[in-house]
Design a binder for this molecule. Sequence first.
Ligand code: URA
Length: 262
Amino acid sequence: MTMAPRFRGIEIDGATALALLDWQREMGVDEAILDAPVDRLEAPPPPPVPAAPEPAPALPLGDDVVAAAERLAAQATDLASLAELQRGFDGIELKRGARSFVFADGNPAARLMVIGEAPGEEEDAQGRPFVGRAGQLLDQMLAAIGLSRAAPDPDRAVYIANVLTWRPPANRRPEPQEIAASMPFLARHVELADPEVIVLMGNTPCQAVLGRQGILRLRGQWTEAFGRPALPMVHPAYLLRNPAAKREAWADLLDLSARLGL
Ligand code: URA
């Protein structure tokens, strides 16, 4: 249905409406104004309230979390399926606050696997382990003995992961229950990547994997982790704060290089 044009409530014909419009344009009218005044000072209507989010499912507690992690990790048949299973696991509260799931980087066929602590801010932003300042130093250290995460040759390559795949808030130390719930995944990760040699980078992986702390005493002493030779080393973040410790780190790198027959 077409409505007849109206002017101040009076019905008018089309020709009159056009003439009125022309006259208004001549008079400088450049804006259409409503019949009823609008009070611009009136508070705007409140924005629509978004629907309440679904309540998060309750996390299983304690041993149940670890048992659930063990069951999931055991289902993984390769690294890709492990990553998907671990990403979907809700037993670690950190997942809710982190931006990225940080699984691994480098060449999974590498003979050497480096295990660090947890993603930091840069790793959380990029979704890759060891890409911040400490990661850059790690790359330089590895390059000094001819290793690189980008190398296609397993002899020259490095594969890198962390005990935790989610960033702890403000980079705080991982809590024991976060480590416990991550360990079944890390154990399966090592099993599937099957490295010949492992480097445990810093106190957290030593505590998580060996059950021992005191990296300044442990460093440089070959031990066994996940049934393979493992070398505890001082974390590159520590080396950034304590450059004098680079001398021992260099000795450890040479030892690692010799073990790999480089
Ligand atoms: N420190 C770690 O232990 N891991 C990272 O990925 C980054 C910093």
